[in-house]
Design a protein around this ligand. Structure first.
Ligand code: SAM
Length: 218
């Protein structure tokens, strides 16, 4: 995505802080491009669980994707900021943002994304969410997870420090609850009959982030 497009998306948001966050996130985080590549060529609806201010939807439309995007997040402030941006973008017929908990998923079938969300839930809620999210996949859909994984590495400790400051800043009110190990994600997804691929996805950050892609076997 070029600088002009990043700036255009950032300008949809309300204030200087939000616009700076959006510009930086779109410029530095490879997760949106990775997601766009995975959903390319299908027109299945996308359910973005823990969508924050809805950036993934804007990224996808700016890159020419046309599938319906439904984002949900339990933080009313982020949904309000995201909806204001949506109205300015004129994309409100294709994109929707709802304030809801991860336990209240709408009955869609398509692709599902969980980008940097799971570790804000307790271990039992993570497992339950993986199971329900799997039930929202279409036969050609994929479950795209990006998350920090619990490992004995300096990157994992760097991530915990970053999370401490994110929580202290008020951006993520509840803060991290449980950092999953790779097997805590892989095993339930494989048990649900999905083919699971895992690779590091951290861009130029020091964080211990991975991309986990799970699809129904064909
Ligand atoms: C780090 S942000 C990621 C935002 C977005 N997925 C992205 O990558 O741009 C994590 C999001 O998960 C949301 N979240 C955490 N727990 C949640 C829950 N129980 N139900 C819904 N959303 C939740 C937070 O409000 C926050 O917006």
């Amino acid at each position: 995505m070029n600088r002009r497009t990043r700036q255009r998306i950032a300008n949809l948001y309300d204030n200087f802080l939000q616009r700076s966050y959006v510009r930086g996130k779109l410029a530095c985080d490879p997760v949106y491009a990775a997601t766009a590549a995975l959903v390319a060529g299908t027109n299945l609806p996308l359910l973005d669980i823990g969508c924050g201010i809805g950036l993934l939807g804007h990224y996808l439309y700016a890159q020419g994707h046309t599938q319906r995007y439904l984002g949900l997040d339990h933080d009313q402030r982020k949904i309000t900021a995201g909806r204001a941006a949506l109205q300015r973008s004129g994309l409100d017929a294709m994109m929707e943002l709802r304030c809801a908990d991860v336990a209240e998923l709408p009955p869609t079938h398509g692709h599902v994304t969980l980008l940097d969300v799971l570790h804000y839930l307790a271990a039992d809620r993570q497992l339950a969410l993986l199971q329900t999210a799997t039930g929202h996949l279409a036969p050609q859909g994929c479950l795209i997870i990006r998350n920090v994984l619990r490992e004995k590495t300096w990157r994992f400790h760097a991530t915990r420090v970053e999370e401490f400051f994110l929580h202290a800043s008020g951006w993520i009110p509840g803060g991290p609850q449980h950092y999953p190990s790779v097997d805590e994600l892989r095993v339930p997804l494989e048990n649900a009959g999905l083919d699971v691929r895992i690779r590091p996805l951290r861009g130029h950050t020091p964080f211990n982030s991975y991309l986990i892609v799970a699809r129904p076997h064909h």
